[in-house]
Design a binder for this molecule. Sequence first.
Ligand SMILES: Cc1cc2nc3c(=O)[nH]c(=O)nc-3n(C[C@H](O)[C@H](O)[C@H](O)COP(=O)(O)O)c2cc1C
Length: 355
Amino acid sequence: MSEGLFSPLQIRSIRLRNRIAVSPMCQYSCEDGMANEWHFVHLGSRAVGGAAIVMAEASAVEQRGQISPADLGIWKDKQIEPLQRIAGFLKAHGAAPGIQIAHAGRKASTDVPWNGGKPLTESTGAWKPVAPSSLAFTPQHQAPEELSREQIAVIVSAFAAAAARALEAGFEVLEIHSAHGYLIHEFLSPLSNNRSDEYGGSFENRTRFAREVVQAVRGVWPERLPLFIRISATDWMEGGWTGDDSVRLAQVLKSLGVDLVDCSSGGTSLAAQIPLAPGYQVQFADRIRKETGIATGAVGMITDPVQADNIIRNGQADIVLLAREFLRDPYWPIHAAIALGVDPVIPQQYVRAYK
Ligand SMILES: Cc1cc2nc3c(=O)[nH]c(=O)nc-3n(C[C@H](O)[C@H](O)[C@H](O)COP(=O)(O)O)c2cc1C
């Protein structure tokens, strides 16, 4: 077995068949936060395609934490059953079933992207978003309600309850969404958090909510199962969250039982100048991995098998997560294996296509 993209990886009791993960991707296709046939086929086909982890999209831990009313939800028990069917299928086809739990904070209450993605209005069903501070994401967005300490504690509990539901649904990898300018990231970044209590100001205070969420989630998520966190490793903004902050946070998260830091970036401000290019965020996964010793995931404009293989071989990350490339090709791992000269894992039903 090679040490590259197709080498297995053990995290706690879970053995990943390769280093390829389907990055969480909102499908904006739910009613009342319920997974349905779309999610079953969408996620299921990527397990058939050979991914090691198929991560279900950002799933709201409370209803007002949905980005749009069509987001997947995991805030009530009724939402477990359709997820259970999906997780069972993913596992049966060799993928570790994963799910990302999330709260959109001040970026909640928007329309689905194909209707423009704009903030909802009263007539289109807007609700009041919540955030660390009453600072609107853009002038078009509502100013969110500033969370009280009591309200913060309720959301921490909602993350833990969501983790318990994810477990009941049969997921084996749990990812906490702490990136892209959503609630947890809003606490981290000085650009969206101007609180003067113990949740704002110093690094220690701005990271408190993230630490509380991780601790509460780890408390219900079993020892035997991996816990990931996605962070925005930088805001790409003067005065914002930085790469140095991320290294420091990763060190703390490691001590709290996080197994892997999934390194994305941006999302706090539309004014950020992001140097988009193939693999532009790999540097963060590389640095955090080297400086803290925690496992990392690289994501962002990874599309080419040799590029992905090199990231793993060079020790820049432990896994790669692909998003849009998996929308273009659900069977990317099969095609990547063939391109790299590795024996592909092909479902028996499809073998005749490769003879
Ligand atoms: C349709 C779509 C939905 C997404 N939804 C999520 C999400 O639910 N959670 C998340 O952390 N990132 C989300 N992202 C970001 C991706 O997971 C990924 O980080 C980003 O697209 C960069 O990777 P790529 O260049 O491989 O597409 C989404 C991206 C797309 C294209």
